[in-house]
Write a protein that binds this ligand. Structure first.
Ligand code: KG4
Ligand code: ZN
Length: 347
């Protein structure tokens, strides 16, 4: 089954064709990074307008390698969580194409899609086997969630109580004046700094179960910047390294604790922050120490893309969960609550 995935939940307009849920035939991403950079963050209305301009060319490019839309069996589109105006552009595009080309349509939860990314690949670079059980850490600009996954059941066992990890990266980068998006820039600058240069707090280290908190860390960085004063430019690499170390240790500390409670086959990372070099290295070390597999998507599949949407859409179709012309967008995830299963809304 060939699935066309469409993603427009934030500032990436993306389309991809994936076969049988894992084999990538095309992966087209049009990023608005440079457009939003001068505002220091995503401006929702500008994002929607750019999706409107990019969507059709991106889809055309994605379906070309398989012989056009005609060859596609199913259209999968992200319907949330995300920026509603942006999601609506993708959804309306998907509905229109499905109607005209007489294809079935499925709605995909963006979080579920991120969790599928590590298990996609190509004939020449096949993906790792899906483990029967895992702890999956989804860390993006909007979410920090720890899942216990058993077969295809994904249960949320921990989530951020305030800022998401990616959001903390972006806000700290903005405070340091190093630009947007912050995660990638902090990652690069941290390599030149000393992670022990400044002592920064690890939120909810000893309490809150598997929940996270990054707002205290963000405030501590703000106070540190004020304290350092005009000499700040010379300390930027040290601040980046110390901040990144605090985020990585906070994230993995809870994973390590959860590994004591849940016997799993693998540790899986997903989402934009899974591109972070220190998190990947430390995550791999933690998994090795626990004697379990470590799985993380290749860098281009960590951040938003449509390969993951097509892959999750394939699962929806296997479940017979098709969407109708009444498909709508939703802004926030209703499933960030502990103990709940991650499901798709609005089918
Ligand atoms: O998954 P994603 O593309 O979008 C959402 O669903 O939110 O994640 C974007 C987030 C941004 O906050 C960005 O700063 C962060 O991922 N990010 C990184 C890195 N690359 C992207 N954070 C840390 N290190 C990176 N290398
Ligand atoms: Zn995302």
């Amino acid at each position: 089954m060939l699935v066309l995935g469409i993603e427009s939940s934030c500032d990436e307009t993306a389309a991809a064709v994936v076969e049988e849920g894992w084999c990538i035939h095309s992966n087209v991403v049009s990023s608005q990074e440079t457009i939003h950079a001068r505002f220091g963050g995503v401006v929702p209305e500008i994002a929607s307008r750019h999706h409107l301009l990019s969507l059709m060319p991106v889809i055309q490019q994605a379906v070309e390698p398989v012989g056009g839309l005609r060859a596609v069996d199913l259209i999968a589109v992200t319907n949330g969580p995300g920026l509603v105006g942006s999601l609506l552009v993708g959804i309306q595009g998907a509905k229109t194409l499905a109607y005209i080309a007489q294809k079935r349509l499925v709605a995909v939860n963006h979080l579920e899609a991120h969790l599928k990314a590590p298990f996609t690949g190509t004939e020449t670079h096949p993906p790792p086997k899906v483990p029967a059980s895992s702890l999956s850490l989804l860390v993006s600009g909007g979410h920090s969630i720890l899942f216990h996954v058993e077969k295809s059941q994904r249960k949320i066992i921990g989530a951020t109580r305030d800022d998401a990890a990616g959001e903390a990266f972006d806000k700290v980068a903005k405070m340091l004046g190093i630009g947007y998006p912050g995660g990638k820039r902090i990652d690069v600058l941290a390599k030149e700094g000393d992670p022990r240069a400044f002592s920064l707090p690890r939120g909810m280290y000893k309490r809150g179960g598997y929940d996270y908190s990054f707002s205290g860390l963000k405030t501590a960085v703000m106070q540190l910047i004020k304290k350092i004063g005009p000499e700040i430019h010379t300390e930027i690499p040290n601040i980046c390294a110390s901040f990144q170390r605090a985020v990585v240790e906070s994230l993995l500390h809870k994973v390590e604790a959860a590994l004591q409670e849940y016997a799993v086959e693998a540790l899986v990372l997903a989402g934009g922050v899974a591109a972070n070099s220190e998190l990947r290295t430390a995550g791999a070390a933690l998994a090795a120490q626990a004697g379990i597999a470590f799985v993380a998507p290749p860098l281009p599949l960590c951040t938003d893309n449509a390969v993951m949407v097509a892959s999750a859409g394939y699962d929806r179709a296997l479940e017979g969960e098709f969407a109708g012309t009444d498909l709508n967008a939703f802004a926030s995830s209703l499933w960030s609550r502990r103990g709940e299963l991650l499901k798709t809304q609005g089918r």
